[in-house]
Structure formats: C-alpha cells, structure tokens
Design a protein around this ligand. Sequence first.
Ligand code: GAF
Length: 386
Amino acid sequence: MIAKARELAKEFLLRFGREPKVSRAPGRVNLIGEHTDYNEGFVMPAALEFVTLVAAAPRADRRLRVHSTTLGEMREFDLDAAARARHDWSDYVFGVAVMLEKSGRRLKGADLVVWTDVPLGAGLSSSAAIEVSAAHALLLSAGLPFEPVPVAKVCQRAENDYVGMRCGIMDQFVSARGVKGAALLIDCRTLESRNVPIAPNLRLLIANSKVRHQHAGGEYNARREACEEGVRLLRPALGPIAALRDVAPDELDANRKRLPDLIFRRCRHIVTENARVLEAERALKSGDFVACGKAMNASQASMRDDFEITCPEIDFLATLAQGLEGVYGSRMTGGGFGGCTVSLVEASAVERVTQALIDGYRVGCGRDGEVFVCSPSDGAGLLPLE
Ligand code: GAF
C-alpha cells in the first residue's frame, strides 16, 4: 500500500504541482449483526485490507478540487456556496465536507486525488471508505484532529442527509476505528466498542457473488421503516421503548398478535440477530468456533426467511460453504440483495474451500464469483510515504 501511496503522491504532484499527504480508510466485512445498527443494537464488523486512498494538500482559498483516478473524472466544489448533491461519486466527498463544516469544524480549501481497491457495489462499504478517507484528508489539510467516533458520525450524516441513504453507523465506525487482527463488537446505541481478536488458526473468507440488485437502496430504507413501524406498534404493550434494541425475543413473541406478519418477521430478525451477535462475541473470545459458526448460519437463515434481504445466488454460496469441511459458518455480509458472503474457515482449509466455492458457484449459478481471504486491518490513518 505504501508503494501505491507513493504512486498517488507522484500523480498528485504532476496534476497539482505540490506534495500531498496520503490518507487511507478501509472497507469492511461484517461477521454478524445485519441491519441491527440503525435499531441501536450490536454489530461485529472487521476493517478490510481494501482501502480508499486520498492524496491531499490545502489551498489558499475555500475551493475543493477532487480527481478520481478510478473514473478519470474531476469535480469542483466551493465551501462557501450552497451545497447541492450531484448524485455521483463526488457526493461522498463533498457531503462529508459539508457535514464537517456543519459540525463546527472550519475547513480549508484543498486539492484531492482519490484511488480505491475496495470492490464497488459488493456490499463491502466502498462508500464508507471514501467518506472516512476524505474526512481524514480534509481534516489534515485544515490542521484539525481526526477523532474516529465523532468523525464516523459526521460521515454517517453525510450519507443520510446529503447522499440520501438512511444507513446506520457500522460502516463508518469500523472504517474509522478498525483494529488489525480483530473484529469490533460495536454497541450502536452507546457507540462503545470492544476488540474481538480473530484466532490465528481462523480465516475470514469472502465470496463475491458479483450480483447487485438495482432496487437495493429502496429495499434498505423499506426495512428500516418496517423496524420503526414495529417499535410504534409494540409501544402500547412494552412502554416507552426507543428502538428494537429494547425488545427481547420472548417479549416480541408474547406480542406477536399486535403486529402484521411481515412486520413481526422483520422485528424477529433484529431481536434474534442482536442475541446472535453477543453469542458470536462470546464464542470467538472463548475459542468456541463451532458456536460462532452456528450463530452465523442462523443469521443467514434469518436474513433469508425473516428479513428477506438475500437473493438466490447468495443463498447458494452460503449453503454451499456451510456444507464444506473446515467451514464453521457462512452468511451474507452487508446491506443485502447481492454482494458477498463471509465464512469462518480453518486456515488449513482455505485453498480447498476457495476452489469448491468458485467451482460450485460456476456450476450451480452459471456465474464467475471471486473469493478472497480477509485479514482484519486498522482503521483510517495517514500513510507514510518514506
Ligand atoms: C449497510 C449500511 F450502510 C449499514 O449501516 C448497515 O445497516 C448494513 O447495511 C446492514 O447491516 O452497509
């Protein structure tokens, strides 16, 4: 990555005629805890080695100029002019700039060059990676500190209010605050996190189905609304609950008749998923990998049957992995409707499992997937160029 950062710095020098600093922020894989973040519940993601780099240097005025090496496009933005989303990649950068300023952080103008190797549209949080990396670069250019959790909240706000996606805090949090060699158990209500080390004999294997359903954004927001509706309907029975985080699985069961079946099933996914995240944390910390795998498999079934956010290709990959020797558990990771699965695998089985997934997917779904091992990495930071 340092070689890539140097290359990017050179490109910056050629384009803008001065030396930049290079910020990095990773994408993520979520081990377990899907759609629980905006229900104020628990999640357990890890930061990936795939990152977005932003080379940046301050300007004397209040203009931002951003070049994407991936798309070969340049966009400009005036920090003092009215903010208007353009509905393209630059919204992630300018949205973050707008929200940093709204949070009281006075920015300087800057030139930026962006590069990424986070697979786009694969459910591995390419958007959080660009937001957090841009935030790091903009703050550095302005001589302001990068505080991971507050900055993650600003980036989430950029996505909610500028880009228009009602995401939770998970992706930005782990991109800002991830820890090498560990997943993070994040309490999305208190925003406290605990490191959950991944044992040396384990590997996180990601299988990219290369399927992405077009209506994913609308379906995501619809799931969020269903959860909010569940809370409204449960309040008369359970008192002043703020979110599904406050509902235990047996309380939900006891009030089943208060909810339409669809809303009940959406809520059941969330309340049981929260319990599974805590069980997976316990299991990983005590070396009980079989129990962790069981929780992952149950999560996959719940996403498929209750929350209905999987798709046939993802179900195929997860079921295939679950039946292979050396695999403890497998499930879809991320927002859903395509993207990737994550499997917890014995290190010694990685090659065999990888081949079985590639071959099986081609035969079973007629598609070429992609499988890679993920080593949990650190969250955002400055890359040394020396
Ligand atoms: C997307 C969102 F951005 C996250 O906040 C989270 O809700 C996730 O989907 C589902 O767990 O990545």
